[in-house]
Ligand binder design. Sequence first.
Ligand code: 5GP
Length: 142
Amino acid sequence: MAYDNTNIFARILRGELPCQRVFEDEHTLVFLDIMPQADGHTLVLPKEPAEFITDLSDGALQATILTTRNLARAVQQATGAPGLLISQFNGVAAGQTVPHVHFHIIPRFPDLRLRSHGREKADAAELATMAEKIIVALAHQR
Ligand code: 5GP
């Protein structure tokens, strides 16, 4: 299907909409989910315009997976979560709500249920505090 250049993540990538950014390089952008299913819920995007993972070039996919691995470490360190759920949806039928490829990194704790997908906006100040923690954890990896 043709890529919809007006989707929310395309607009964030163009800088037209704000986000709680935690990382950016030539090929990827990482920011916090505005409606987190758990504290520290992070989204990793390729900059290449693509709706499904199957639409991505090899280079964009490699960069996105590497960024996801690095951010997963930082999210785990920042939240102290003993587990991480990493997920990626392709198409409305699979539950994708924003048609630009992205990986979810969601901290998991035993007995702590996830909040609903894309349902409730987090407090902006709490998101900013979490973003800062992840940025610090990322800096300590280098
Ligand atoms: P999907 O359902 O496509 O896999 O995931 C889209 C995610 O984007 C959802 O978890 C939802 O909470 C998040 N989201 C939707 N709109 C925005 C937004 O404007 N900013 C941010 N940071 N996240 C968003």
